[in-house]
Write a protein that binds this ligand. Sequence first.
Ligand SMILES: NC(=O)c1ccc[n+]([C@@H]2O[C@H](COP(=O)([O-])OP(=O)(O)OC[C@H]3O[C@@H](n4cnc5c(N)ncnc54)[C@H](OP(=O)(O)O)[C@@H]3O)[C@@H](O)[C@H]2O)c1
Length: 338
Amino acid sequence: MSSSNGNDGQVKMGPLTVSPMGFGTWAWGNQLLWGYKESMDTDLQQTFNLAVENGINLFDTADSYGTGRLNGQSEKLLGKFIREFPGKRMQDDIVIATKFAAYPWRLTPGQFVKACRASLERLQLKQIGIGQLHWSTANYAPPQELALWDGLVAMYEKGLVQAVGVSNYGPKQLVKIHDYLKARGVPLCSAQVQFSLLSMGKDQIEIRNICDSLGIRLIAYSPLGLGMLTGKYTSSRLPLGPRALLFRQILPGLEPLLSSLREIAQKRNKTLPQVAINWCICNGTIPIPGIKTVKQVEENLGALGWRLSSDELLQLEFAARESPQKMIQNIFQTRIRM
Ligand SMILES: NC(=O)c1ccc[n+]([C@@H]2O[C@H](COP(=O)([O-])OP(=O)(O)OC[C@H]3O[C@@H](n4cnc5c(N)ncnc54)[C@H](OP(=O)(O)O)[C@@H]3O)[C@@H](O)[C@H]2O)c1
């Protein structure tokens, strides 16, 4: 599957057809990490409209996105923006990929179906594009895992989701759920994993190979390393909030990678985010960079329509390996042995 989105046309994902890049909406409603304010909503709506007008039809969200009283805000905003989008035909093509959290109180398939109905309510949709499990409980609550899987089956059988996917599954658990769902007649269309020039370890490569062999699309989340690969942050120019703690640790070791990104960007007349996202596409994934402003959408759209050469890919991968600090893995990512 790695190379089949070769010319940046639309990509088949199970029964769905999606753009070769989607956009992520974790920041929409998240005050703690991303500094969201409700006053940003008009701008967010413009970012959404611009993305859709330019052919982007995949938007990633989750039922846990939004902090405190704003829980579910990302889904609510997406629902509102879809309803208010001017243009019925494009509106119909939009694929929402939402994720259901494996909260400890969601212990039966029925509770996952209930969670799915709640997402549909917030999104004001009759059907979700891709219903994804946000993470596996295999390494800390194995008995809950089957309820998650059966929850996906039930959502699919009831027609609440068009397709199903997983997120943060390790290679072994990915194969197991694929086989389980297949036996129940439910195709697994996507697997989401942290995948970028800062996150291209053994696990990612193994997961990508499994996806390729099983016909599962790999969705690359945090393709810009939470913003570190955009080149706009330095040790003395850090973002507000908790990201600063992480960036302070990682950025000093990223110089080889950032200068390589800079060199290629300059030569190509592209920007660093465009090169970093293009690297994900060249690696057979569908990246979903997080976006907050019209400027970011405009810039990230420039990651489409061209390809890094194989020499450039090698140069970037070499520089990434030379950079001593890597991204921390999501705590919900199931490890390689699982
Ligand atoms: N499955 C999971 O467990 C999981 C985990 C994480 C994320 N995700 C999904 O993946 C999506 C993307 O990942 P992410 O948001 O974590 O990180 P990311 O895509 O690596 O970084 C996104 C951030 O980079 C900055 N940015 C984006 N485009 C830019 C541009 N052109 N120029 C300058 N800055 C730019 C913005 O933040 P600032 O402007 O504030 O710097 C933006 O919020 C999320 O929104 C979410 O949908 C899924």
